[in-house]
Design a protein around this ligand. Structure first.
Ligand code: COA
Length: 150
């Protein structure tokens, strides 16, 4: 089951930190965004966060699946839910950003129908205090992807 997190519920930080290593950055967007969670037997196993950025555009600023539930199709289910939710709200485009070193995430988003639209050079160097490495590659640039909701 996927449901919207209620205003009196704390955001699922452990999950959100899997997708974004900066607690400070998560705290800055999560209060302005809508957070959805997936539950399985009273346990939170997935979450995603939608943040309106421009009049017709919404950004998927976080999506995460609990480690032992990954690669079972749950991420795709969360994306499908996010697309429906964004469409219902009248947005025309959904965007997402991921690191240049995030190989699995780049595969995942493209398998979900997102297309690469640009590169935000040095984004991670400018916005993150610690150096990030994945797959033996320094994470410096943000790869921007988007999908039309029409
Ligand atoms: N190479 C190729 N395809 C890959 C892949 C890889 N390294 N990793 C995932 N995929 C594909 C799967 O094969 C699947 O495709 P298929 O349906 O054609 O088989 C597709 O992506 C969806 O996989 P799914 O099982 O739904 O993904 P998931 O439940 O593991 O969720 C994440 C994906 C990214 C949300 C999840 O792995 C996660 O929480 N990761 C940690 C947090 C994170 O990095 N969030 C994103 C930050 S940008």
């Amino acid at each position: 089951m996927i449901r919207k997190l209620q205003p009196d519920e704390a955001p699922p930080m452990d999950l959100l930190l899997l997708a974004d290593p900066s607690r400070k950055i998560i705290e800055a967007y999560v209060t302005r965004a809508e957070c959805f969670v997936m539950e399985n037997q009273n346990q939170l196993i997935g979450a995603y966060v939608l943040l309106p950025t421009r009049p017709e555009t919404v950004e998927l600023v976080n999506i995460a699946v609990q480690e032992n539930f990954q690669n079972k199709g749950i991420g795709k289910q969360l994306i499908r839910h996010a697309l429906e939710r964004a469409k219902e709200q009248g947005f025309q485009t959904i965007e997402v950003g991921t690191g240049n070193s995030s190989m699995s995430q780049l595969a995942f988003y493209q398998k979900c129908g997102f297309r690469i639209t640009g590169v935000d050079k040095d984004f991670f160097i400018e916005h993150y205090e610690e150096e990030l490495m994945e797959n033996g590659i320094p994470c410096r640039d943000m790869i921007r992807l988007s999908k039309s909701l029409r």
